[in-house]
Design a protein around this ligand. Structure first.
Ligand code: 1HN
Length: 349
């Protein structure tokens, strides 16, 4: 006879789970549907920060600790649904870094890749493998995996930038290595602008063959150039109903993303733009660079202005809009999902 009272079955099952639990075993049938959902259900929250709220804390941190002692003086944007994990999405970390006049953030390298989006101040530089680049507001700068990097601020203004790193992804893969350079600053071996001269003019050195998987040899995508491109593109007739005038940053030698693990985009939302809903399987971190606008999901909305940071997790439908005109930068792990054949998007009417 098979049948038994459901109550007994439940208690027998619980007792069974407890017994096998002692042998570090657990039944699949209790978790199957959350392991293999019909569609993504991210544990991450949609969330945003206004720069005006965060900046005073960052300046306070500037009085409490030096850049050298901290190694990197950063306030991390933590997803409220993942507190204590130092991440904003399941794959990406983001934070605001402050470098005060006269400070140096010492040279090191690691397998984690980084991007910087300069938000405030002029006169600092970042160095990547022996070439320095001056950081100007809006500049998008990359620090590829295992490149030596230090930052310095010989100027007279505090300089603030948004850092994005693939820290959670590499933690998940247990693929993190790091080392410190013996001196605070790495020797300068190439003149400023060398990388952009060799790779930035739709040209490359005659004998250059890009690695099969690798980062862009361009490491500063200056905002002056990006903005000019956006302005010219916006004079064209077509506006994407979901993205406005959306462009993605390229490794010019391959057409791939600037960093193998992180893709970055910039969007110009024309005056009065009301974007249609859109969702994709990559979790995206946004930062407004100019103007103001608004992002809406079914149960969340956030009004943003320049330097505000916000995130939309995987598969959450969202709409971008702007009353005047806005420029919005964003980044995500999209190239990872695409390399694995997993990335999907949906343009909702
Ligand atoms: C790092 O190297 C930087 O170079 C910023 O500016 C943030 C967070 C964790 C680990 C390394 C930087 C970082 C970081």
């Amino acid at each position: 006879m098979l049948s038994s009272a459901p109550g007994n079955t439940q208690s027998e099952r619980q007792a069974f789970y407890a017994r096998i639990g002692a042998s570090h075993l657990t039944p699949l049938w209790e978790v199957l549907h959350s392991l293999v959902p019909q569609s993504p259900r991210s544990p991450c929250a949609t969330v945003g920060w206004h720069y005006d709220e965060v900046r005073p804390y960052l300046m306070e941190a500037g009085r409490l600790i030096g850049a050298k002692e901290a190694e990197r003086r950063v306030l991390i944007f933590e997803n409220p649904a993942l507190r204590g994990h130092s991440c904003l999405t399941q794959t990406l970390y983001a934070g605001l870094q402050l470098l005060l006049p006269g400070e140096v953030a010492p040279s090191h390298r690691h397998t984690q890749s980084a991007l910087r989006l300069v938000l405030e101040g002029e006169g600092a530089y970042t160095a990547v493998d022996g070439e320095r680049t001056v950081m100007r507001p809006g500049d998008f700068i990359i620090t590829p995996s295992m490149t030596w990097h230090d930052h310095g601020n010989p100027g007279d203004q505090p300089v603030v930038w948004l850092d994005g790193l693939d820290i959670p992804l590499l933690r998940f893969l247990d693929a993190g290595f790091a080392e410190k350079y013996p001196d605070d600053t790495h020797p300068v071996t190439r003149p400023e602008g060398d990388a952009n001269a060799r790779f930035g003019g739709n040209l490359a050195p005659m004998d250059y063959t890009p690695p099969r998987v690798g980062a862009s040899p361009i490491f500063n995508y200056p905002y002056a150039q990006t903005r000019e491109t956006l302005t010219k593109v916006s004079r064209g007739a077509s506006v994407d109903p979901h993205h406005g005038h959306g462009l993605r940053f390229l490794n010019p030698t391959t057409g791939a993303a600037p960093i193998p693990t992180i893709g970055a985009c910039v969007q110009l939302l024309p005056p009065g733009f009301k974007g249609r809903p859109y969702r994709a399987t990559d979790s995206r971190i946004f930062c407004c660079l100019e103007g103001e606008g608004r992002i809406d999901t079914d149960d969340w909305s956030f009004e943003f202005a320049a330097r505000d940071v916000f995130t939309v997790p995987s598969w959450i439908a969202h709409r971008l809009s702007s009353p005047s005109e806005a420029v919005v930068f964003s980044f995500s792990e999209r190239p990872v999902q695409q390399a694995l054949g997993l990335w999907r998007e949906e343009r909702i009417a």
